[in-house]
Design a protein around this ligand. Sequence first.
Ligand code: DCP
Ligand code: MG
Length: 665
Amino acid sequence: MSDNKDGEEVSRPWQSYHTVFTNAKAGMDGVDKEKVQKIVYEMSKGSKYFENEERKEMFIKQKIENMRAQCAKLTAMDISHHQTVADKKIVELEVTRDLSRTWLHVDMDAFYAAVETKENPSLIGKAMAVGGMSMISTANYEARKFGVRAAMPGFIARKLCPELIFVPVDFKKYTHYSELTRKVFHKYDPNFIAASLDEAYLDITDVCKARGISSEEIAGELRAGVFEETGLTCSAGVAPNRMIAKVCSDIKKPNGHFVLPNNRIAVMTFISSLPIRKIGGIGKVTEHILKDVLGISTCEEILHKSAYLCALFSHSSIDFFLSVGLGLGKTDTPQVRSRKSISSERTFSATGDEASLYNKIADIAESLSSDMQIEGLRGRTLTLKLKTASFEVRTRAVSLQKYIYSSEDILYHASKLLQAELPVSLRLIGLRMSHFNDDKPNLDPLQSTLTREKGLHGDAYRTCLFDADDEYDYEDRLKSEKSSYFEHNSEFAYINAGEIEKPHLIATKGCQDKGASPECSGHDSPSKQAGDLKRVDMDPTSVSGQSEATYLQRFENGANILHKKAALPSTEIDHSLWVDDYKCSLCGAELPPSFVEERQEHSDYHFAEMLQKEESPESCRVSIQRSSQKVPVTKKNGRKKQKTSLKDSKHIPIDLFFSKSNQNF
Ligand code: DCP
Ligand code: MG
């Protein structure tokens, strides 16, 4: 728990208990924060989740202390040197400022709740939440006044607001309304970027010009159009780039818009007093560290402390922070990128039964093969992902000399990989195929690395310290480690038998070269994503387990790699959700590893989806597929599963909720 004065910490421990549930969303300004914190604290206390939060907190505290010590060691000469580097970077970044485009970020107000209310007007004016006792997906603005918010377990929400009405999630409805909103967005920017069902980025530069009207008028018109089409309200933000547009759309929520003029002074003034936490990509941990180590609370203060940032962080992080300080963000429309991998995985109750594991891997091979055939793909790197009963995640990969796609070939190689791991008790098996036959050899440094491997090993089954795809990034990253005390706010990688499983620390491909810019957190629409396709099958017999896992903490004191056993932050437990460690395998949203809280929220979001699907009578086995479809979630093989009624689940222990969340990704 954090640094309250000792006396206070004993008597009011909840004051230092900050979780995602206590973080304010729009409409929660007047909430009695302490009351919420106390209830959340009391209802979580003693749970595995709580313990994990405490461990995370201690870990961050340690980081902060180390970073402070590192700062204290800086000499005047060091600081002057870092200042020169920082000033140069600022000049370079400033040159990239593009004020020629106008971006609009639109976000529906209390989306799921609003849809439910539209369909059932008796809910108007009543505090309601969409979801159930284990998790709520969102709450309307009436409920938010009580501190009820998305991603909160329903039983805590009910404690905060005893009158709270729960409405079950119905994705069909939200998808329908989402489609309607997109029809409207399309009129203003046919290439709009759908960030999620209820959110989109539109480049309105051309429409403003063509019609000779202001961005303010477009924002008003678009919102009115959405209301006309759907009967739902939305909020919008207009700014010269996407990062700021997103911040702006929250300012007048609900049912309003805010326009920031396209000039540098307006941007700098806006950004100057903006709390860093408002920026997508700066979550609880980053905020904590920047504040406690460097006293940075606002975006402007980032620029004041630029020398220290350069002393403490890696290049990509510095670029990101300085971009935030300058109010810079992406202004281009992302291009379609080609698919890099395709995968299929299955979660099930932990088992060590070999026959059963082989059956499962055969199923997965079949499913992967059929997906590959649909896409016309052949690949030659096969990666096996395993999650053990104790939540360790392992990957093993083989680079083949020929391209394969048939289920027999996949199964043959996958079985060999699996065999080397036996005996083992597993709760998840995944297979991923990459390096397709249309990949361009020799143009890609990754490819040449792989070729070297191949030369050495042929088809030998090797333990993959990191995915071949990531090798280049990894090496690049290692180079910067020496000077980088602390790259991202949550530097963890999984260990497996003492080895690095995968460089989760990588600034992310596709983001790295852009300096892990805030726009890497911009959620691209599935149709615009770098294409990875992943199928996740939830086995109806899945059971919950504990959230412990091992991780490797890296970069302590500059260069060393320390192995430690500890609980993972929940975001990291969900790491299998992130393809290539930055793209959400379910919806394609991009969130680099450093975006800890956003990732947690994001996985909570999908978890809510999955829980609802698990709980819904018609579907227990869920297949989720992300490709160029607009609707990323499809159901298959419906099987009945007991539904948790609100009555029955009056007292669901919080651990059940969290351990369930772990199993799902
Ligand atoms: N959602 C979810 N789980 C979360 C966050 C969101 O299931 N942890 C779902 C429900 C929301 C929808 O996504 O209705 C959109 O998310 P927003 O963050 O935009 O939240 P709302 O639209 O509900 O409210 P706001 O008015 O703050 O945008
Ligand atoms: Mg919304």
